[in-house]
Design a protein. Structure first.
Lengths: 316, 302
């Protein structure tokens, strides 16, 4: 009798052990499945890049089957939608270069000055308030900035420069410049704050003023981070679309004069997309070739930034 | 006065001068922001009536409204959030909690950093080639939502990673010591503790998506839509319909772009009113995000 009970108890124990072993291995499988699913999510970012590069390359490949790449780079006219089409990307590149140069000429000095001011001059209370408010500038929808450029900034500029046309690259560039100030100021300030406090104190102990510390000690020490901020600002300026589409006009124009109106690469893509182009037509493919040019421009700058950072990197 | 004293004097003066310059530079940003809001309010406030929100666009500026635009914006944001949030949080959690240190993880990290610099219009081109034509999703709300989801995915991933990194290792070790599995630790301890930062990141990402115009124009958003997408809830069986996902769409920034591109002044007023609505939405969302960040930073003391 007792032996039987012991036997039964033993059996029950064995069964529950087996059950919990099964439970454990089920749990292990579940853990594996979850981990794999999360891995796939992380991989999605690579898929985005592959998708972007793949689509741009394949559609541009079809484009370059009908347009020679030499014409694309050397022709001085971009008249894809005309009866006698020319496919020279240079006018669009010129527009992009002019608007983003104006923007960067404004944003880099002003943004860096703000960064130095916030990190060295402003007390922490003021900084806590100013930084988020400045960052709102980059949160404003770009189409609103376009409105602002066309209907507020251009009329003001026209009072100063009476011969300025209604659509011009100057006003678009100025507004883009203000828009990207927070990218420069916030990221540069972060980089300068990350410089070890002993280095800063060493400079002050030698009798340097705040300005001297900022320019001669912090700026070189934080250069790696500041360069990343500059590269990001450049990418934003080159890729900005709505401000130029609204305020700079949509006429391709091979000029380096910011007082004129001209289409940029992005403005052209918008202009074509607004019309109803048949899929597979050469005009349809041309926006991918334009997009590829845009990507190439940002890529060159990113690589230049990477090399600069590597050259001047300070490791503590 | 000795030369050294003179030099000292000069350095100090330059130092204070730069302080003033810094304040001026900061004011450039602040004044622009203020001018922007004042200009929009002055032009657009008069058009902000109830009928503006309940009317379709029209050839007559005075009768035009943003009904189809705000409905489109809401539906697209819903799709975007549904796609980007789970994917971004899972990816961020994987990279912080699970990922082994190998070349693939390194590649994913570099790639996410680089995606931040890709112009948004390029995402639009990718979506045009991939979603609209190769996958055959058409110029629909679904395509638009997925496009914006891809655009904000890096923001969500980075925010998730940053706030997970702030959770002390002791929290994980305590859970693991009690026999929790890795997933149980992540789900029940790490993610709840980092929810504040993740939520902040999600709100900021969505506020960016709301204002995006260029990628949606590229995938073929229409600028004039005088009907609403199919209703998602039906009175008859099966009560829920997904036809709206395939509907053509417009959104508020595109409606605004359309109006500002017209030469007539009256349409500019409509554009200003739409811009004002957009600005209020963006500012409110960013305000909530700043408040969250502030509150969670204050409340949690490890």
């Amino acid at each position: 009798m007792e032996a039987n009970q012991a036997q039964a108890g033993y059996l029950a124990g064995k069964i529950s052990l087996q059950a919990s072993a099964a439970h454990l291995s089920m749990q292990k499988i579940r853990e594996r499945i979850i981990e794999f699913a999360m891995f796939l999510c992380a991989l999605s970012s690579i898929a985005i890049t592959v998708g972007i590069v793949g689509i741009l390359l394949t559609e541009s490949w079809s484009f370059f089957k009908s347009v020679s790449i030499v014409d694309f780079l050397t022709d001085t006219q971009w008249t894809v939608l005309f009866e006698n089409p020319h496919y020279g990307i240079m006018p669009l590149v010129a527009g992009t270069v002019v608007t983003s140069s104006v923007a960067l000429l404004l944003a880099l000095p002003v943004g860096t000055t703000i960064a130095i001011y916030l990190s060295e001059y402003a007390n922490s209370r003021v900084k806590e308030v100013l930084k988020p408010i400045l960052e709102l500038l980059s949160a404003v929808p770009t189409v609103v900035f376009g409105y602002f450029a066309l209907l507020f900034v251009t009329p003001i500029l026209q009072k100063l420069l009476p011969e300025l046309p209604g659509f011009n690259m100057l006003s678009a560039g100025v507004v883009i410049g203000i828009m990207i100030i927070p990218y420069v100021s916030s990221l540069s300030e972060d980089a300068m704050r990350a410089v070890p406090v002993t280095i800063r104190e060493g400079s002050y102990a030698m009798g340097a003023t705040r300005l001297q510390t900022a320019l001669r000690v912090l700026f070189p020490s934080a250069f790696s981070g500041i360069a990343s901020a500059y590269v990001l600002a450049f990418s934003r300026a080159v890729g900005e679309t709505m401000v130029v589409a609204i305020a700079a006009g949509q006429q391709p124009n091979l000029t380096l004069n910011p007082m004129e109106g001209a289409a940029t690469i992005t403005a052209y893509i918008v202009q074509v997309s607004l019309g109803d182009l048949p899929h597979g037509s050469i005009a349809y493919q041309s926006i991918f070739a334009a997009g590829l040019t845009l990507m190439a421009m940002t890529l060159v700058f990113n690589i230049a930034g990477y090399l600069l950072r590597k050259r001047y990197r300070e490791i503590y | 006065m000795t030369a050294a004293e003179k030099n000292n004097h000069r350095r100090k003066r330059l130092d204070s001068l730069f302080g003033i310059l810094g304040l001026l530079a900061t004011c450039v940003g602040l004044i622009t922001l203020a001018a922007l809001i004042v200009q929009l309010a002055a032009d657009g406030a008069g058009r902000l009536t109830a009928t503006f929100f309940t009317s379709f666009p029209s050839r007559f500026a005075g009768q035009a409204g943003i009904l189809s635009a705000w409905v489109g914006t809401c539906l697209i944001m819903f799709v975007t959030a549904l796609a980007a949030v789970p994917m971004g949080v899972a990816a961020g959690a994987y990279l912080e909690e699970y990922a082994p240190k190998n070349w693939l993880t390194g590649l994913i990290e570099i790639n996410i950093a680089n995606l931040a610099g890709v112009p948004s219009i390029v995402y639009g081109l990718m979506a045009l080639g991939l979603f609209v034509y190769q996958l055959g999703l058409g110029q629909s709300i679904l395509t638009a939502g997925l496009t914006l989801a891809l655009l904000i995915l890096p923001i969500v991933i980075v925010a998730t990673r940053e706030s997970i990194r702030a959770v002390p290792a002791g929290m994980r070790e305590a859970a693991l010591a009690l026999g929790a599995t890795k997933w149980q630790t992540t789900r029940d301890h790490v993610l709840p503790y980092s929810m504040g930062g993740i939520l902040t990141g999600i709100i900021i990402a969505l506020s960016r998506a709301i204002g995006e115009t260029a990628p949606l124009i590229t995938i073929g958003a229409l600028t004039f839509i005088a009907f609403l997408p199919d209703a998602p809830v039906k009175p008859e069986f099966p009560f829920i319909s997904f036809d709206w996902l395939m509907s053509p769409f417009t959104v508020m920034p595109i409606q605004m772009f359309n109006w500002v591109s017209r030469p007539q002044q009256e349409f500019h007023l409509n554009a200003a009113a739409t811009g004002l609505v957009l600005m209020v939405m963006t500012l409110v969302m960013n305000g909530i995000a700043i408040y969250f960040r502030y509150r969670f930073r204050k409340r949690i003391k490890w």
